[in-house]
Design a protein around this ligand. Structure first.
Ligand SMILES: [Zn+2]
Length: 254
C-alpha cells in the first residue's frame, strides 16, 4: 500500500514538476508544456512598479490549436501567434477569453486578424460592449463544451468574483482547472485589482467550483504559480479578510 501511495505521489508530482521548462519567446513572453496536448503561455506587463506575469493556455490538436486567454496585450499575443506558427504550423481556430479585462482578451484583435473564432460568456460580451472593446465572436450562457481532437474541456460560468463575468475552463481527464483571475495564487497577498469585483459573492463562487469539480485538482490561476485546491482556499481567506476589514471600518464609522 505504501508503495502504491508513493507511486501515486510520484505520478502526481510528475504532472507538476514533469512539466516542461519555460522557453523564453520574448522578454515579456514565455511558454512551457503542461501535458501532451496542453501548454501554458505566460506574458508580463509592468503595473505600477511591479512586473506581473499573466497565465493562459493552449490546447494543441491534430489540425489546429485552441487558445485560452490571449497574452497580455497585442505585442505579446502577436509574438505568441508567430511562435505557434513556427512551432506547430497549424492555425489557432478557436479561443475562449475568461473575462473582459486586458490581461485576458487584450490580444483579441490579433485573433480576429487570423480569423480565430473567439468564445466568451454572455456577460463578457455585454461588458466588452459597454466598455467599447473589440467583441468576442460567439457567446455562451452558463457553459460551453469543447473537444479538440480528443482533449475535452468545458468553459463554465461559476458566478461573479474578480469580475461579474469571470469564467473558468475545466479539463476533466487531466483534472486541471484554469481559474483565471477568479482564483488567486498562493503568493498573492491580497485580492489585487477589485475595481470590477463582486466581493460579497466571491466566496460562494469558490464553493461552487469545489462542489462542481471536487478538491483533487490542479489549478492554473490568472497570475502566479500553478497549485492545488489550496489556491481556492487561499482566495476564500483573502475575500474573508477583506470583508472583515471593511466591516470593522464600517463599525468604527458607526
Ligand atoms: Zn481581471
Amino acid at each position: 500500500m505504501k508503495k502504491f501511495v508513493y507511486i501515486f505521489l510520484l505520478l502526481g508530482s510528475a504532472f507538476l514538476s514533469g512539466q516542461g521548462e519555460w522557453q523564453k519567446i520574448t522578454d515579456d513572453l514565455d511558454i512551457r508544456r503542461l501535458s501532451d496536448q496542453i501548454w501554458q503561455h505566460r506574458s508580463f506587463q509592468v503595473v505600477g512598479d511591479i512586473r506581473f506575469p499573466s497565465n493562459g493556455l493552449l490546447v494543441v490538436g491534430e489540425e489546429s490549436l485552441f487558445m485560452i486567454d490571449t497574452a497580455w496585450g497585442e505585442e505579446s499575443t502577436d509574438a505568441l501567434l508567430i511562435w505557434i506558427k513556427e512551432k506547430f504550423g497549424k492555425p489557432v481556430k478557436q479561443a475562449v477569453v475568461s473575462h473582459f479585462h486586458p490581461d485576458r482578451m487584450g490580444g483579441i484583435n490579433n485573433l480576429h486578424q487570423i480569423k480565430t473564432v473567439v468564445f466568451a460568456g454572455e456577460k463578457t460580451v455585454e461588458l466588452a460592449r459597454e466598455n467599447s472593446l473589440p467583441l468576442p465572436d460567439t457567446l455562451f450562457k452558463s457553459s460551453q463544451h469543447f473537444d479538440v481532437d480528443g482533449t475535452k474541456f468545458e468553459a463554465y460560468y461559476p458566478g461573479p468574483g474578480h469580475s461579474p463575468d469571470n469564467i473558468v475552463v475545466w479539463f476533466p481527464e487531466e483534472k486541471l482547472l484554469f481559474g483565471g483571475c477568479l482564483i488567486k495564487s498562493l503568493e498573492a497577498p491580497n485580492l489585487g485589482y477589485i475595481g470590477d469585483a463582486v466581493i460579497e459573492q466571491w466566496a460562494a463562487t469558490m464553493e461552487n467550483l469545489k462542489s462542481r469539480y471536487g478538491e483533487e485538482l490542479r489549478i492554473v490561476p490568472g497570475h502566479g504559480k500553478i497549485g492545488d485546491v489550496a489556491l481556492i482556499n487561499h482566495t476564500i481567506a483573502l475575500v474573508e479578510a477583506y470583508l472583515e476589514k471593511s466591516s470593522k471600518t464600517l463599525n468604527y464609522k458607526l
